[in-house]
Every structure is written in structure tokens, then in C-alpha cells.
Design a protein around this ligand. Structure first.
Ligand SMILES: *Cc1c(COP(=O)(O)O)cnc(C)c1O
Length: 430
């Protein structure tokens, strides 16, 4: 067994400072047991914990690190920019640079506003949709996550097209009374809701590539259906691309499926590993935002020059020819190899993937909605997580989290990972 004494001691100390010892709940290893690893450093595809154990990292900070850890160009952009001051509360050229890099290579949005997190981006996008349409209700889907925004922390109630119930304490009934929660991949549920609340729905919000409750890949045809319903009903289609943006292609899921959202939110990759979020839309819709329009939204550190510099450095790399094809190929091979092993041995395991996002599903069936996920997945994931860690593979500590592959993952890393996944599955199903 690996020595994890230092991580354990640091966690004991952290529990005196932070609720549950962490600054974001999924880090706490609650669903897999034991203490979280404290990470000392990362380079390329590898991270080293406080005890000096090394892992190939498939968490990649839950998505932002598409170039891997401590990429030279991102690092030098950050240090050079920080040397000239870290924040001014006044515009800087770096904001123009990152915006220009994005907008001149993106056919689906015309204006953008930088914020500080994915949560802030989603929250602001919802406000914008409401302000623009003058309507209050939002449709969201069970199995999609949009950050810890009050009105979106809602789970399905009983029955289709009924109002949901809050999935967090501290969210008043009044805050969620305008949120309608529907199952994914179910057109009737959408039709029923837009009929029932005709003229009241501001936005249909979803992750076009739902990747926060496993990887619940939707058909393009279903996404197009949502686009058509929105056009027909005067509803804005809101793509939360905080994971998929700059991940499955530079233009995210919008570009991947060639479906234009009316509003989109970004985060994770856009900041090169520093805290950045953004929301964007057509010029007409974005001009509803202050100071141009009546929808208020602001931020002391928004467009922070150091974070902008990291974003510029990272997404410039993403624009290199073949960047996404190579990542997709690497992911495809990895998933195929592991899944083939599972099929040969008769394990109920499949590895759905899109771009460089993958997930281990404990089922051989296609999983397209939260309800499709087998009940025993949590127990199996817990075992797999422990087996992988022991073999030097780090993945997010929850079975609902997807894995990410970065440019820095070498063929050697990937081959090693294939073997470790195979051995771990053998250990679980032996
Ligand atoms: C991570 C995520 C968010 C929240 O972003 P934070 O930066 O954690 O606030 C919102 N939406 C989606 C789809 C995400 O994956």
C-alpha cells in the first residue's frame, strides 16, 4: 500500500479550518472513503501528492487543464503578466486579446463578458435570458449541473413537468418556483412543459454534453429538437459549455453539433487553470447587459490580467491545427482498449466518451439520462477508484465525475493507464 500519512495529517488539520476539510465538496473523498490526497505539484500528465506518490492524472482539475499541468507557455504568461501588477479595476489589453482570440475563431457567439467562475457565468446567463425575454421560468434537466446557482440547485419532483425541489438547504421555495426540471432525452416532457407554461419560459438550459452526472451523451437530433422548440416558442436556448467549451473542439458542443445556442456559458479551460468564466451570445442579446442594457452584472476581479494571460496562452495552443483531432484519437484508443477488455471478460462496463472526455459506466447499455445509471455504480466505482489509486492513476473521487485527457498525456502514459484500468476491473470483478 502507498504511504499517505502526510495527506492524512494535512486533512486532519484542514478539518479544523474548513467545513469537511475542503473548499469544494467533491474533493473530500466522501463517496469513495478515506482521506483526500493533498497535491504538492503537477507537471504534464502527472501529479505528486504530499507523500511523494506520483499519479497519472485524469482529473486535470476537473477539466481546465487541457494542456496538462504547468505548461511552459501558460507559466511564463502568468509570471510575466503578474510582474506588471495583478489587478487594476480598469480595462487592460489582455481582456481584448482573449476576447479577440475567442470571438474571431468562434461562429456561435458575437459578444462575451468575462466573469470569475462557471457558476457566475451560468448565473449571469440565466439573468440575461430572463432580462432579454421578460419571462421568468427556466427549464433545466435532471443530470445537468450549472454550478451552485440558487435557482438551478433543483432536482426533479415527482412526475414530468412538475416543479422541482431544492437540492440544497438554504434555497428558498420562492427561488426555485420558476425552475422546471425535466429528464434528459425525453421530447414529450419538453413539449408538455412548454405547453403548460406557454409564454412564461425564458430559457431551456442544459449541458449539451452532460458531463456532471456521468457522461449522458445526447443525440444531435435531440439537441436540434430543443433548438426548434426554442425557435417556435420564443425561448432562449442556453448551452452551459463550462466543460464542453474549448474541450470537444474550439467552438465547444455548439461547433461539434453545429447547433447555435442563444446564450452560452464557459469556464474551466477558458482560464488556463486560473479562475475565469464567461458568457456570450449574439451582439443583440449581449447588449441587454449593463452598462449597455438593463441586466446588471459586475465583478471586481473580472477580466483579471493574470487570468486572461493564462487563458490566452492555453487557448492559443488549442487553436493549433490537429489539436483536437489528436486528443480525440488518444481518448478513442484508450476507451476502446479498456472496453474491449471488459467485453472479452464479460464485465458490465462501458466507456462512453466525446472529444477528450470519458466516463466509466458500470453498464453495457447506452446511458442517456440520470435514471439510466445502475444503482450499484457507486459501490463499484468506490472499488475501482481505490484500485486505480494504488496503481498510480488519479481520477476524480466520485463515480459521477468524468475523466479528462490532456495534450500532455503521452502514449506511454496512455498505455500504462490502459493496463491499470484493465487490472483494476479484473480486481473488482474477479
Ligand atoms: C464546473 C461546472 C460549472 C461550475 O463552474 P465553477 O467554476 O465550478 O463554478 C457549471 N457548469 C458546468 C457544466 C460545469 O461543469
Amino acid at each position: 500500500m502507498m504511504n499517505k500519512e502526510k495527506s492524512k495529517a494535512l486533512f486532519e488539520q484542514a478539518k479544523k479550518y474548513f467545513p469537511g476539510g475542503v473548499n469544494s465538496p467533491v474533493r473530500a473523498f466522501k463517496s469513495v472513503g478515506g482521506s483526500p490526497l493533498f497535491i504538492k505539484k503537477g507537471k504534464g500528465a502527472k501529479i505528486t501528492d504530499a507523500d511523494g506518490n506520483e499519479y497519472i492524472d485524469f482529473c486535470c482539475s476537473f477539466g481546465p487543464l487541457i494542456l496538462g499541468h504547468a505548461h511552459e507557455k501558460v507559466l511564463s504568461a502568468v509570471t510575466e503578466t503578474a510582474a506588471d501588477g495583478t489587478s487594476f479595476g480598469a480595462p487592460t489589453e489582455k481582456e481584448n486579446e482573449l476576447a479577440d482570440l475567442i470571438l474571431s475563431n468562434h461562429n456561435y457567439i458575437e459578444r462575451i463578458r468575462f466573469v470569475n467562475s462557471g457558476t457566475e457565468a451560468a448565473m449571469s446567463a440565466i439573468r440575461l435570458a430572463r432580462g432579454y425575454t421578460g419571462r421568468n421560468k427556466i427549464i433545466k434537466f435532471e443530470g445537468c449541473y450549472h454550478g451552485h446557482v440558487d435557482s438551478l440547485l433543483v432536482k426533479a419532483g415527482s412526475g414530468l413537468a412538475t416543479l422541482g425541489t431544492s437540492s440544497s438547504a438554504g434555497v428558498p421555495e420562492g427561488t426555485i418556483q420558476d425552475t422546471i426540471v425535466l429528464p434528459l432525452n425525453n421530447k414529450d416532457a419538453v413539449e408538455e412543459a412548454v405547453t403548460k407554461y406557454k409564454g412564461e419560459i425564458a430559457a431551456i438550459a442544459l449541458e449539451p454534453i452532460p458531463a456532471n452526472n456521468g457522461l449522458l451523451l445526447q443525440e444531435k437530433e435531440y439537441l436540434q429538437f430543443l433548438r426548434d422548440v426554442c425557435d417556435r416558442e420564443g425561448i432562449l436556448l442556453f448551452f452551459d459549455e463550462v466543460i464542453s467549451g474549448f474541450r470537444v473542439g474550439f467552438e465547444g458542443a455548439a461547433g461539434y453539433y453545429d447547433i447555435k445556442p442563444d446564450v452560452a456559458a464557459y469556464g474551466k479551460i477558458i482560464g488556463g487553470g486560473l479562475p475565469v468564466g464567461a458568457y456570450g451570445a449574439s451582439a443583440e442579446v449581449m447588449n441587454t447587459v449593463a452598462p449597455e442594457g438593463p441586466v446588471y452584472q459586475a465583478g471586481t476581479l473580472s477580466g483579471n490580467p493574470v487570468a486572461m494571460a493564462a487563458g490566452i496562452a492555453q487557448i492559443s495552443e488549442c487553436l493549433k491545427p490537429g489539436f483536437y483531432d489528436e486528443l480525440e484519437m488518444k481518448t478513442e484508443i484508450f476507451c476502446r482498449e479498456v472496453q474491449r477488455h471488459a467485453e472479452e471478460k464479460g464485465y458490465p462496463v462501458s466507456l462512453p466518451h466525446k472529444g477528450s472526455i470519458f466516463w466509466t459506466a458500470f453498464s453495457s447499455d447506452k446511458i442517456q439520462s440520470a435514471a439510466d445509471i445502475p444503482q450499484n455504480s457507486g459501490e463499484l466505482f468506490k472499488k475501482m477508484h481505490a484500485e486505480l489509486l494504488e496503481r498510480g492513476i488519479y481520477i476524480g473521487p466520485s463515480g459521477f465525475e468524468v475523466g479528462f485527457i490532456s495534450e500532455a498525456h503521452t502514449d506511454d502514459n496512455m498505455n500504462e493507464a490502459v493496463e491499470c484500468f484493465k487490472e483494476s476491473l479484473d480486481a473488482i470483478f474477479k
